[in-house]
Design a binder for this molecule. Structure first.
Ligand code: ADP
Ligand code: ASP
Ligand code: MG
Length: 412
């Protein structure tokens, strides 16, 4: 029998009514002849609540206990979804990550999926189970304990199951009806895309568009999973939502496909470091060892053998970064006069495959921002994106101005 993965995010399982609504969508696909693997998130707000409880209880959190607690939200929705389906006459069973088992690394809080043996689910499907409801976001580590896959990780659970169980498609049901040219909550003229390439979606996700977790797009690209994003509040048709697929399948090709933002960025400046070979290596080695996710880097003009080194990292890595450079300073590996952390910045990016063959996107982006009086603090580019770091107060304005200037609201 053909298989389908259907993933429901937090707002799609927010309460019992929503769970019933999602269950009826699953039932329809069973009636269409699919064996269905349903991946559920925790009810919206639940994971945040659990994380707040953890933080309130312990300052130096034991990551294994964090995972034990934070993964529990998905267990509740998996059971409720299986019960709702049973009430509708559909043979369904819930599965926690360890029961499948979904095997991961032991990097608690940010584990990576290693393997999903399909035997257990296959056997139950053969015995008449029509729907396996799997708790998203969680697995079992090599250390035998529960792990979680990082925020938004249920998307990755869904794609990994689609690959492991050879599903025809992976449908991600959420609170928007597809992937838009930018976050529709910020820009009212944002336009839904019918299709987007894996590469562009990967950039959009990693640069802040939280509609899909970055890792889920990576997996979809690697295993050629047909991935669709659609609304759980509308009746789906064959053409609903946005299909994430190979570039070759897309006819319409804008130079820029989307604008995205990441709110939680910090700009860190190491003031007056020695300007000589080996210093950058020493700084960024220390930061890497401390697990700081460094993104953009600039080294300022050197004066009398000394320079300032600026980099960006997520705001919740700032304390770690400070501790790492302080330790490197006291052990004599590096020397600097001070560290300035600017937490009021954000990253704005424009993404598009067309940039490979069209010059001028960066120039136009800078011109638009300067017209709006937005000062650019750091710039990075790659083949299909340009990112800038700007003051957070200009975040909405920058997104809207760029969306407008690149005419993303218009169909081509
Ligand atoms: P879920 O709980 O279903 O996983 P998320 O909140 O994680 O849903 O992701 C959906 C949200 O992603 C939307 O409500 C929207 O605000 C946001 N979003 C950001 N960028 C985009 C984009 N380019 N297209 C669509 N949604 C986006
Ligand atoms: N519940 C988890 C989170 O909020 C995982 C997910 O919803 O994808 O991050
Ligand atoms: Mg999500």
């Amino acid at each position: 029998m053909p298989r389908l993965v259907m993933k429901f995010g937090g707002t799609s399982v927010a309460d019992l009514e929503h769970i019933k609504n999602a269950a009826s969508k699953v039932k329809r696909e069973v009636e269409n002849g699919f064996e269905v693997i349903v991946i559920v998130s925790a009810m919206s707000g639940k994971t945040n609540e659990l994380i707040a409880w953890v933080d309130e209880t312990s300052a130096m959190v034991d990551a294994r206990e964090y995972d034990a607690i934070v993964s529990s939200g998905e267990n509740v929705t998996a059971g409720l979804m299986a019960l709702s389906l049973q009430e509708m006459g559909v043979p369904a069973r819930s599965w926690q990550g360890w029961q499948v088992p979904l095997k991961t690394t032991s990097a608690h809080g940010a584990a990576r999926i290693e393997e999903i043996p399909s035997e257990n689910l296959d056997a139950k499907f053969r015995q008449g189970m029509q729907v396996a409801v799997v708790a998203g976001f969680q697995g079992i580590g090599a250390d035998g304990r529960i792990t979680t896959l990082g925020r938004g990780g249920s998307d990755t659970t869904a794609v990994a199951f689609a690959a492991a169980m050879k599903a025809e498609r992976c449908d991600i049901y959420t609170d928007v009806d597809g992937v838009y040219t930018t976050d529709p909550r910020i820009e009212k003229n944002a336009r839904k895309l019918d299709k987007i390439s894996y590469e562009e979606m990967l950039e959009l996700a990693s640069l802040g568009a939280k509609v899909l977790q970055t890792r889920s797009v990576e997996l979809a690209m690697r295993f050629k999973v047909r991935l669709r994003v659609l609304s759980s509040f509308e009746t789906a048709t064959d053409n609903s939502g946005t299909l994430v697929c190979d570039e070759e399948e897309i006819m319409e090709n804008n130079v820029v496909s989307g604008v995205t933002y990441s709110r939680d960025e910090a700009k860190m400046t190491l003031v007056s470091v020695a300007d000589r070979p080996g210093i950058a290596a020493a700084i960024f080695m220390a930061l890497a060892e401390a697990g700081v996710n460094v993104d953009m880097i600039v080294q300022n003009i050197s004066e009398e053998g000394r320079t300032d080194m600026t980099f960006s990292c997520p705001t919740d890595h700032v304390a770690r970064a400070q501790a790492a450079v302080d330790t490197a300073k006291s052990s004599g590996d590096i020397n600097f006069h001070g560290l300035i952390a600017d937490m009021d910045v954000c990253k704005i990016s424009v993404v598009g495959i067309g940039m490979r063959s069209h010059a001028g996107v960066a120039a136009k982006m800078f011109e638009v921002l300067s017209r709006e009086g937005v000062n650019i603090k750091i710039i990075t580019t790659s083949e299909i994106k340009v990112s800038v770091l700007v003051d957070r107060k200009y975040m909405e304005l920058s997104v809207q101005a760029l969306h407008d200037a690149f005419e993303l609201g218009k169909t081509t």
